[in-house]
Design a protein around this ligand. Sequence first.
Ligand SMILES: [Zn+2]
Length: 252
Amino acid sequence: MPTVSDAAQGGAPLPFAEEASGSASGAAVADRIASSISLGLLSVGERLPTEIELAQQFGVAVNTLRKGLAELRDREIVVTRRGRTGGTFIVKAPFPSPEEVRERLRDTSLVDLRDLRDEHVAVGSAIARLAATRVWGGSIVRLEELAARVSAARTPAEAASADSRFHIELAVLAQSPRLLRSEIRIQSEIAPLHWTFSDFEQTQTIVASDHHDVIRAVMEEDGGRASLAMSEHLQHDGVRMMDAKLSIDPDL
Ligand SMILES: [Zn+2]
């Protein structure tokens, strides 16, 4: 059976399939697929597996799966083309609108945001420590490539997706399916919150420098330093997230 790491590297099944199985509705299936895209685990231009394969992965009836795909088509996230070269293709990465992010920030207390940050620091620094002990040649090149994508991004949505992908790649490297699942879940919550309202270029610069520090420590197989560098990086993300909360909620 494929593992979560296979999924994050582009194999089957989709990373959220497991959670959606059983009594999942079409809308739940649509949400899982949308999350995989916004986290950069599936890319724009990519073709989804066949309906039968997807239905099996999600453990739902083909009919339910079709409802999910129909919803994604309505949201203009995928298009379905008929014919021999047909299939369902991803055409847009879903990212919450600034209004949606504002609402989320308004509905989340500072205490909850702090807790989210603390969880992320705990999970992320454990991942960085493990990754440093399990690193191999090609993985550094891949991490550097992903880090460069954050700097090359032109919009907060692109940067947030690339940023998430960097952290997920590190979690794949750590070889812990549980930590990987936690990182994926936290990234989907946190990335829009700290990218949407911050100064874009300044954030890109800080994130690039932080990621560089993490990569260097991982490359030198220094688990302690990798953990510390990641912890500092995620503290910076947390500060941006709380600044965003304070800026939209000045009464606090
Ligand atoms: Zn990051």
